[in-house]
Design a protein around this ligand. Structure first.
Ligand code: 0X9
Ligand code: ZN
Ligand code: ZN
Length: 425
């Protein structure tokens, strides 16, 4: 092995060892021992100001809304705080008289209990699958169901990962289509699980369930299992709480852009920031990210057939439609409102899960650059954001044991919308 001079040989071995060590260390995911998630309901301007000043002194990871800048009087907010500060912050909040609740007492415990079993091998619809497992699954499901499923690559991520799209529907004549994406935000793990579930249900139902068979005969479904592939991979290997893409930003160490602030819909205005360190950083311009550009390009190229756009997020149990970047009423407000009501009612009928619904700006918060608003303004009337389970007990770290119910109930809402699209578009 050491045919060179002795010194340089040792130097090489030393470098090798160092690299191995560094790699081993950075492959260890971040931990969140003792971190808490608080739910507060600021009642007064003073309460909002107090939270903002705490946030300026220490990092608060806002879960709902997704940034401190979006806080509103009278609206509940969930945020994660580090173990070192949790005690002091709780005292400050409690002393101010602001109603609060400890939603999660130890984030790390919840992370460690998210998996039903520590054994992680192969693909399962009832488990969270990592990016490599999802990639392999996309290839397999297409290969096994050539009459129903085909796979294409619509782009490549910042770090060079493929972004795959599955076209699901009986092949043959050209049809209207419904576009569904999952995995915009890395930590919303139940959403890629839903996209996989949808494809499984389609394949299993074709020929046996008349209603789904009819949908697949008359429509195509474009299913994008993970848009933010780099972020999703990172949330498995390094940081379960990661949200954004993984692109480098100029003049800062802060990484990533919020893909759902990165579309041409009031871009860079309400509920987004130009600060790369923010979780709602809008990027240098709209579609600055290769992932959002890939999505935008695909939808623009297929605009004549795409009649509905469904983007799947978590959590909050909401069905949202445009607008979110403004409080102006969408042209199709009443149709979208009625359709949402029907969709959430059918969703609730299975397990009693309660959803709220309405225009994003009024129902969740004002925020610009979202793909739903962009799709709507581009001409896709039936444009919705789903916020899947739960309402904060586990938040983004929904345990695997809830995947099946979450997917089954969401299927009902998606099929309800699909039937409406079929009859009206
Ligand atoms: O803020 C978001 O991007 C979504 N919520 S999440 O907690 N999953 O991040 C809501 C998106 C609603 N639609 C728009 N803001 N356009
Ligand atoms: Zn999201
Ligand atoms: Zn089922």
């Amino acid at each position: 092995m050491c045919s060179q001079q002795l010194i340089s040989c040792f130097a090489n071995m030393w470098t090798l060892l160092l690299i191995t060590c560094v790699a081993a260390v950075s492959a260890e995911p971040l931990t969140y021992y003792g971190d808490k998630v608080f739910r507060v309901v600021p009642q007064t301007i003073e309460h909002v100001e107090l939270l903002k000043s705490i946030a300026s002194l220490t990092k608060l990871d806002f879960w709902v809304p997704d940034s401190v800048s979006l806080l509103e009087q009278g609206k509940a907010a969930d945020f994660r705080v580090g173990y070192d500060n949790a005690f002091d912050i709780q005292a400050l909040i409690s002393h101010s008289g602001m109603p609060f609740e400890v939603m999660i007492d130890d984030v790390q415990m919840v992370i460690e209990n998210q998996f039903t079993s520590k054994v992680r091998s192969g693909h399962s619809y009832e488990k969270y699958n990592d990016i490599e497992t999802i990639y392999a699954w996309t290839a397999n499901i297409a290969a096994e169901n050539p009459e129903l499923v085909s796979r294409s690559q619509i782009g490549t991520s910042y770090e060079g990962r493929p972004i795959y799209l599955l076209k699901v529907g009986k092949t043959g004549a050209s049809k209207n289509a419904i576009f569904i994406d999952c995995g915009f935000h890395a930590r919303e793990w139940v959403t890629p699980a839903f996209c996989q579930w949808f494809v499984k249900e389609a394949v299993n139902s074709y020929g046996s369930d008349p209603q789904f068979t009819n949908l697949l005969d008359t429509l195509d479904f474009y299913v994008l299992p993970v848009l933010n592939v780099d972020g999703y991979a990172y949330s498995w290997t390094n940081d379960r709480m990661w949200r954004k893409t993984r692109s480098l930003n100029k003049n800062t160490n802060c990484i990533g852009t919020d893909p759902n602030r990165n579309f041409d819909a009031g871009w860079g205005t309400n509920g987004a920031t130009s600060s790369p360190c923010s979780e709602v950083y809008s990027g240098t311009t709209f579609e600055s990210e290769s992932e959002t550009r890939a999505l935008g390009d695909f939808i623009r190229s297929n605009l004549s057939s795409i009649k509905a756009y469904l983007t799947i997020h978590s959590y909050s149990q909401m069905l949202l439609f445009p607008y979110s970047y403004t409080n102006k009423q969408a042209k199709d407000y009443y149709e979208l409102l009625a359709l949402s009501e029907g969709a959430v009612n059918t969703l609730s009928s299975l397990y009693g899960t309660i959803y709220t619904y309405g225009p994003g700006g009024k129902t969740i918060y004002l925020s610009s650059g979202g793909s739903d608003d962009w799709a709507y303004d581009t001409g896709i009337k039936y444009s919705f954001t789903f916020e899947l389970r739960d309402t904060g007990k586990y938040g983004f770290i929904l345990p695997e044991s809830e995947i099946v119910e979450t997917c089954e109930e969401t299927m009902l809402a998606v099929k309800y919308i699909a039937n409406h699209v079929l009859n009206n578009a």
